[in-house]
Design a protein around this ligand. Structure first.
Ligand code: DOR
Length: 424
């Protein structure tokens, strides 16, 4: 069966072209004017992007299937325009064995809504004590390693992990947090945290680890990716490292581009995330970093939590918010990105960092696997929690006016989302 995506503006690496895209089974077979197919997917007034790639999603399976499963996260991802997710390792058990990696892949295959690429742990159980079997996990196809949820504190262990990374050709993705400086912290360390009398998470706790791992990358030549950067100085450090030609990349979340620390004055745990929401100056620096290419990618840090957990007091509630279904709208409402830049930060760059460019983040050309999404960049919409596909609803964006909506998503030639509705 052939499907033609008709009437849209196709976003390539160098520009936008008004052409139709013809898909036969899972492959793009023609790009041009006036194409016909067995089925037509209307993209009038919309842009056609390579399917989005999220470098940072917590899928919660195995272990917390009450808050999300690989299937529900896949559906949420498809609704957000994603065709690939990198699954974070802080499940129970964690991603420190080939058995767990294979389990995650199998659940994703069963769901069949997008590709899930599990990250591997850097250390066993993410405990920061002994290295995970990096070579074995890499031989099983893992390309990104992280202990996300925590940073690797011990520089000796991290240095060794980086030496392995260099040899194996994989990337170390760091959650930058010197934990001795963040004990009990619930929000950014700032005037508000002092006024509120709550422990703060200082910017320097992130920046020290960014700097340490830049030095480690210089020493070993390993590729290092910085997860969810949140401070102005972190952006400066990465910019300087890149100008020296070091092998570093970075991501920012939609919430760190759009929400500030002052929201925590409400004591509402919906705003509690790790790293915490920061100041307006930090937001301006993160936006500038995204626009000038210092920050390569937008990544959601989609972090589902049970309602009863997010209803605990600010100090007890777990950090995190969901993000797959709102990422594009939140980002476009915060930062003025043109279609080529959107394709770069939402698809091409994350696909390159994840080493999945054979099937994701491509140029929308003949022979490419048909992983695509159709987006109306000008449409305004509001988040309706009842319509979220994610099993958890912990998002502060309910009721906000967002710009840019995903109309349809195509995964390996199958329409997974049409007119904003999941198809299975
Ligand atoms: O806010 C966060 N939530 N940050 C993390 O690093 C972990 C995540 C989670 O797993 O809930």
């Amino acid at each position: 069966m052939t499907i033609v995506i008709k009437g849209g503006s196709v976003v390539g690496a160098n520009g936008v072209e008004k052409v139709d895209v013809l898909v036969d089974n899972d492959v793009i077979v023609k790009v041009g004017s006036n194409l016909a197919g067995d089925v037509s997917l209307d993209a009038t007034g919309c842009h056609v992007f390579p399917g989005f790639v999220d470098l940072h999603a917590h899928l919660r399976e195995p272990g917390r299937e009450d808050t999300e499963t690989i299937e529900t996260a896949s559906r949420a991802g498809a609704k957000g325009g994603y065709t690939a997710l990198i699954a974070m390792p802080n499940t129970n058990p964690a991603h420190d064995s080939v058995t767990v990696i294979e389990f995650v892949r199998e659940q994703a295959r069963k769901a069949g809504l997008l590709d899930v690429f599990p990250s591997g742990c850097i250390t066993m159980g993410r405990l920061g004590e002994a290295l995970a079997p990096l070579a074995e996990l890499s031989a099983a196809g893992v390309r990104i390693f992280t202990d996300d949820g925590s940073g690797v504190q011990d520089p000796v262990l991290m240095g060794r992990a980086m030496q392995y990374a260099k040899t194996l050709g994989v990337t170390m993705a760091q959650h930058c947090e010197v934990s001795a400086l963040t004990q009990g912290a619930v929000m950014n360390e700032c005037g508000c945290s002092s006024d509120m009398g709550v422990p703060g998470w200082p910017a320097v706790a992130e920046e020290m680890m960014v700097q340490r791992d830049i030095e480690m990358s210089r020493l070993t030549g390993a590729s290092v990716h910085f997860l969810h950067l949140s401070t102005a100085r972190s952006v400066d450090l990465v910019r300087a490292a890149k100008s020296e030609g070091l092998n570093v990349t970075a991501e920012v979340t939609p919430h760190h581009l759009s929400l500030t620390q002052e929201l925590l004055k409400s004591f509402d745990p919906i705003y509690k995330v790790n790293p915490p929401l920061r100041s307006m100056d930090d937001i301006q620096a993160l936006k500038a970093g995204l626009l000038d290419g210092t920050i390569d990618a937008v990544a959601t840090d989609h972090a589902p939590h049970a309602r009863r957990d997010k209803e605990l007091s600010l100090d007890q509630a777990p950090p995190g918010m969901i993000g797959l279904e709102t990422a594009l709208g939140v980002v476009l409402s915060a930062v003025d990105l043109d279609p080529v830049q959107i394709a770069a930060v939402m698809s091409r760059n994350p696909a390159r960092i994840a080493q999945i460019t054979e099937s994701h983040g491509r140029n929308i050309g003949v022979g490419d696997i048909a992983n695509l999404c159709v987006v109306d960049l000008d449409a305004m919409w509001q988040v309706n929690p009842a319509k979220l596909a994610s099993k958890s609803k912990n998002t502060p964006f309910v009721g906000r006016q967002l710009r840019g909506i995903v109309r349809s998503t195509m995964y390996r030639g199958q329409i997974t989302v049409q007119d904003g509705e999941a198809q299975k």
